[in-house]
Unconditional design. Structure first.
Length: 137
């Protein structure tokens, strides 16, 4: 995304701040998404454990080939759901980690640019006349 591209040396200080806020917001959003996915996966664990236990019991107690096959298919379907949950979890975590790393890299580059601007000769502090007391000579 443009927010993570090389620092625009012509950007104003306000633009740099706005880009930093957008990057931070993206990272927070990705981390929140990852936490929601994690919570969903964790919430499914107990339900799936019970369901798997029941399906294994049905499979072991099956009286014919058809019942055994159906129970086996249900176990496979549950495992497929668990793999889908795991895939979603890995994708959400990967996205959050990538955005966090991109934000850190962009922040470091922005910091270097702000330091360069601050240390630029001739644009630093310029002393002026100071007045200690209003109206006093």
């Amino acid at each position: 995304s443009q927010q993570y591209a090389d620092m625009d040396l012509s950007a104003s200080d306000q633009e740099l701040i706005e880009l930093a806020r957008e990057r931070w917001g993206n990272t927070v959003g990705a981390l929140q998404d990852a936490m929601r996915v994690q919570a969903g996966v964790v919430g499914n664990i107990e339900t799936q454990r019970i369901e798997l236990s029941n399906l294994v019991g049905e499979s072991q107690g099956a009286t014919g080939a058809l019942q055994a096959t159906q129970a086996g298919n249900q176990i496979l379907a549950l495992q497929a759901q668990q793999l889908a949950d795991l895939t979603a979890l890995l994708a959400a975590n990967g996205r959050a980690e990538a955005l966090s790393a991109a934000e850190q890299a962009a922040a470091a580059e922005q910091g270097r640019e702000q330091r360069r601007r601050f240390l630029k000769p001739g644009t630093g502090y310029q002393p002026g006349d100071a007045q200690m007391f209003h109206g006093a000579n």
